[in-house]
Design a protein around this ligand. Structure first.
Ligand SMILES: Nc1ncnc2c1ncn2[C@@H]1O[C@H](COP(=O)(O)OP(=O)(O)OP(=O)(O)O)[C@@H](O)[C@H]1O
Ligand SMILES: [Mg+2]
Length: 240
């Protein structure tokens, strides 16, 4: 499969102005195709989260172009951009970000309801997404009833619900023990294999090994790239 879900073309990002100016990204070129999971590794402050927020249209880069499923983000109105984000993109964060007062199923269908789906029509894709992370039996429970790993699988279901295809995961295993983290990554991998695409930010080379390739970022620049396997090359270029 070669359909391109995401392209970053010469993307640079600076925060602030004058003396407080920080260059977070410099001339980033990166593509993610359908069926592909790309891991991003690098030291704290190297620009990994900025890369995801720019790729997800949450921040406009200072220069360069972000293209999501063929849409040039710079050409979209704020409203079109919001719609594209809701329909194409799912974010997964370290701290799960589930809403405690909503059931598991309601958390998963929330993006569809925000997109104007009536609750009834959102239910089927919500249950499908939950089944894909093997949590159908938890649909009517609340986040507090679930383990951390299960909550993160709910977040993955929410990221892919209704055929949203680009998953942007910022250290999704950061709050989990290693074994639970592996289960979450296996779910992420299987969603990607089923036709999504994704970026996985991680500090853990064993977790990065779930990706098809690993890119290393240092001071806002992509400095190296490794195909996986072989796992022995994973540590080269990583700052930790
Ligand atoms: N909103 C912001 N305003 C100003 N500077 C910022 C902002 N967000 C990030 N930065 C700076 O941009 C650089 C990259 O930050 P970023 O959060 O992308 O790094 P990171 O690789 O995700 O780090 P970590 O591994 O600690 O999460 C850092 O120097 C950071 O201080
Ligand atoms: Mg970060």
């Amino acid at each position: 499969m070669t359909e391109e879900l995401l392209r970053l073309d010469g993307v640079s990002m600076q925060y602030g102005t004058g003396e407080t100016r920080v260059t977070a990204l410099s001339g980033i070129d990166l593509t993610v195709s359908r069926g592909e999971l790309v891991a991003v590794m690098g030291a704290s402050g190297s620009g990994k989260s900025t890369l995801l927020t720019v790729a997800g249209g949450l921040t406009t880069p200072t220069s360069g172009e972000v293209i999501v499923e063929g849409n040039w983000l710079s050409q979209l109105s704020p409203r079109q951009l919001a719609t594209l984000r809701r329909r194409s993109l799912g974010f997964v964060f370290q701290d799960f970000n589930l809403i405690p007062s909503l059931t598991v199923l309601e958390n998963v269908t929330l993006p569809l309801e925000l997109d104007g789906f009536p609750g009834k029509r959102a239910k089927r894709p919500g249950l499908d997404a939950l089944a894909s992370v093997e949590l159908l039996d938890k649909a009517d429970r609340y986040p507090v009833d679930l383990s951390g790993g299960q909550q993160q699988r709910v977040a993955i279901a929410r990221a892919v619900v209704g055929g949203r295809s680009l998953i942007l995961a910022d250290e999704p295993t950061g709050a989990l023990d290693s074994t639970t983290g592996e289960v979450v990554l296996r779910m992420l991998r299987s969603r990607v294999d089923a036709g999504a695409g994704g970026i996985l930010v991680t500090h853990d080379a064993r977790h990065a090994a779930w990706a098809d390739r690993i890119v290393f970022i240092r001071d806002g620049r992509l400095v190296d790239e490794a195909q996986t396997p072989p796992v022995t090359t994973l540590f080269e270029g990583a700052d930790r």
